[in-house]
Write a protein that binds this ligand. Structure first.
Ligand code: CP
Ligand code: NVA
Length: 301
């Protein structure tokens, strides 16, 4: 089994992962660390782009589960000198038990998964960020108790994190409103797939319309990795797409504010909101660790 897209998981599988992740979180907070689950297993991490949370949380997850981890940058592999993915995937399959890849192109991760005989996990591509969505769903559930029927509002770029969150909402029965400028909408195919699953996906240019009565407000950077060339154009287009105190007031009184991080303070989110009691972004980041531990046990044990 692979996790290259959030749509690889069913509702029951997500529920089981979140329940296990919650158990692992409690055990860790009580000082009980399961160190044996993945004894003798090795996970390789391949990064074509920078990372703080994904790299550290996967490394710590493997170590705390008793396994081994190898982190590699694209350019230190022969991939960086033009070795093909097909041979690389076959070779990795004979050395390690699973591989997580952060790549520019989603198609590269899919190609790797096609030729690998071990589980392949996406650690973000231009199209999706499924591990982030698992942590996001875990975070929403911990604050709201139950997911079906909740309204999630996404403010800003209809990017990889947004695409996977739309899928996560569709799978777990939440509705989602996306406020973004024209030309920055989430992936059409993902919106269509979510709608076909009965998910109410609304796309608007109006931030207040999206945020109205939301249970969850979420956002991400205006300029994702790989989009730097259009940086100035993006900063102009996204000027109004900010989670600030005025926008928080439009949402429900008990709204939680989320951001996958890294956050660009003063752009997509104000300092006041980031540091307010509505912000759950550090819990969300911590939950990457617990959710990925549950995923690794599911894929490797
Ligand atoms: N949210 C997230 O994936 O962060 P990193 O880019 O630091 O891994
Ligand atoms: N959308 C951002 C997410 C970073 C975790 C990016 O792709 O750069």
């Amino acid at each position: 089994m692979n996790l290259t897209s959030i749509f690889d998981l069913s509702r029951a599988e997500i529920e089981a992962l979140l329940a296990h992740a919650e158990e692992l979180r409690k055990a860790r907070n009580e000082g009980l660390r399961e160190r044996v689950d993945l004894e003798g297993k090795t996970l390789a991490l391949i990064f074509e782009k920078p990372s703080t949370r994904t790299r550290v949380s996967f490394e710590v997850a493997m170590l705390e589960l008793g396994g081994n981890v190898i982190s590699l940058n694209w350019n230190e592999l022969q991939l960086g000198r033009g070795e093909r993915i097909i041979e690389t995937a076959k070779v990795f399959s004979s050395y390690v038990d699973a591989v997580m890849i952060r790549a520019f192109q989603h198609s590269m991760i899919e190609e790797f998964a096609r030729y690998a005989s071990i589980p392949v996990i996406s650690g973000l591509s231009n199209q999706e960020h499924p591990c982030q969505t698992l942590a996001d769903l875990m975070t929403i559930k911990s604050y709201k108790k139950s997911l079906p029927g909740l309204k999630v509002a996404w403010i800003g770029d209809g990017n990889n994190v947004c695409n996977s969150l739309i899928g996560g909402c569709a799978i777990t029965g939440m509705e989602i409103s996306v406020a973004c400028p024209k030309g920055y909408e989430p992936d059409d195919r993902i919106v269509k797939q979510a709608a076909e699953m009965g998910c109410d996906v609304a796309i608007t240019e109006d931030v207040e319309e999206a945020a109205a009565d939301a249970d969850v407000l979420s956002t991400d950077v205006w300029v994702s990795m790989g989009d730097e060339e259009g940086s100035e154009r993006r900063k102009k287009a996204f000027k109004r797409y900010q989670i600030n105190e005025d926008l928080v007031r439009v949402a429900k009184g008990d709204v939680i504010v989320m951001h996958c991080m890294p956050v660009h303070v003063g752009e997509e989110m104000t300092e006041a909101v980031l540091n307010s009691d509505k912000s759950v972004i550090f819990v969300q980041a911590e939950n990457r660790l617990h959710a990925q531990k549950a995923l690794l046990v599911r894929l490797l044990k």
